[in-house]
Write a protein that binds this ligand. Structure first.
Ligand code: UDP
Length: 323
């Protein structure tokens, strides 16, 4: 079995690539290295290229036979999507359409899609299950919802089956320190907390006036290795049943920004310097998943997604980063 992993040099994609290879699946990573790292591709083959280039994709699909595509490549920063939506609609929607069209044309039947908790917007209830309405409040979330809708229509018309995963907050790094989170610029909370701990420079907490217990935003942090495992299970599931499914992937536990800082302070035995500043555009107050469906249908067991393990793995990575 061989799969194409777009964005396999990126954060979640690189962990998935390694896990698939460990399971004996041949992988081809396609990445333009705009935010990924060649050094993150520790298994399989690597091809540098643009998944939205139809001519290039036709060639790739004639060169290799793929049983499925795991599609990670996308822009994924909420604040950047608010400031520069054009990049998100172009990359996450227009280019995805080109990829899908070429996949359908070459007879690929299975597609695993990196969607997001950002498709839900401001929750009407928590934990958020798969039946929760999807009303994104930022362009990033909207591009991922459009991706899900395209996949539903493409299944009906063209028979390509998909599995969309709504990641809550992907976090943590490979426990052996081989690969990890490395965005440039970095906008995610955990790496920025680590950076504040290392440099002593103040980080920013965006908002303390949300309707949460301490006023800071509540998020559900899920370990990247657990996410990688879900992709393996999800692909197997849609192949076995020839259907499409959507799953929310989180730990089912919510932590506020201030909870997370306090927990890390306890682990380190050191204070993290921060300022409370205004809200960041596009942030829902609370995002917490119900992971019951993924557990039940996929047998998913998120083993590393408790906050202490995530923070310990992230701290280990930040101190020994390879890229
Ligand atoms: N956040 C923060 N300071 C930062 C970065 C993030 O207070 O320097 C907050 C952000 O406003 C959100 C939460 O941390 O409430 C998680 O943000 P992140 O960008 O990590 O992930 P997102 O939830 O946007 O996917």
């Amino acid at each position: 079995m061989r799969v194409l992993i777009t964005g396999g040099a990126g954060y979640i994609g690189s962990h998935c690539n390694r896990l698939f290879a460990d399971k004996g699946i041949e992988t081809v990573v396609l990445d333009d290295l705009s935010d990924g790292h060649k050094a993150a591709v520790v298994a399989g083959e690597f091809v540098k290229g643009n998944y939205g280039d139809r001519v290039f994709m036709k060639q790739l699909f004639s060169q290799y036979t793929f049983d499925g595509i795991i599609h990670f490549a996308a822009f994924a920063s909420v604040p950047d999507s608010v400031a520069r939506p054009q990049r998100y609609y172009d990359n996450n929607v227009a280019k995805m359409l080109a990829l899908l069209d070429e996949a359908v044309a070459s007879g690929i039947k299975y597609f695993v899609f990196s969607s997001s908790a950002a498709t839900f917007g401001e929750p009407q209830y928590v934990p958020i299950d798969e039946k929760h309405p999807q009303h994104p409040i930022n362009p990033y979330g909207m591009t991922k919802l459009i991706g899900e809708e395209i996949l539903a229509d493409y299944e009906k018309a063209y028979g390509i089956h998909s599995c969309s995963f709504r990641y809550f907050n992907a976090a943590g790094d490979a426990p052996d320190g081989m690969i990890g989170e490395a965005h440039n610029p970095e906008s995610h909370l955990i790496p920025l907390v680590m950076r504040a701990a290392m440099t002593g420079e103040k980080m920013k907490v965006f908002g303390d006036d949300y309707a949460t217990k301490d006023g800071s935003c509540v998020r559900d942090y899920v370990h990247v290795e657990d996410l990688a495992e879900a992709h393996y299970l999800g692909l197997q599931y849609i192949m076995e049943h020839n259907i499409s499914e959507n799953f929310n992937l989180g730990s089912s536990d919510g932590f506020s920004v201030l909870d997370l800082i306090r927990t890390f302070e306890k682990i380190l035995g050191q204070k993290i310097p921060y300022d409370i500043v205004g809200r960041r555009a596009g942030d829902p107050a609370v995002l917490v998943a119900s992971n019951a469906k993924a557990k039940e249908l996929l047998g998913w067991d998120p083993k590393r997604s408790d906050l202490e393990t995530i923070l310990n793995d992230a701290w280990h990575w930040e101190q020994h980063r390879k890229y």
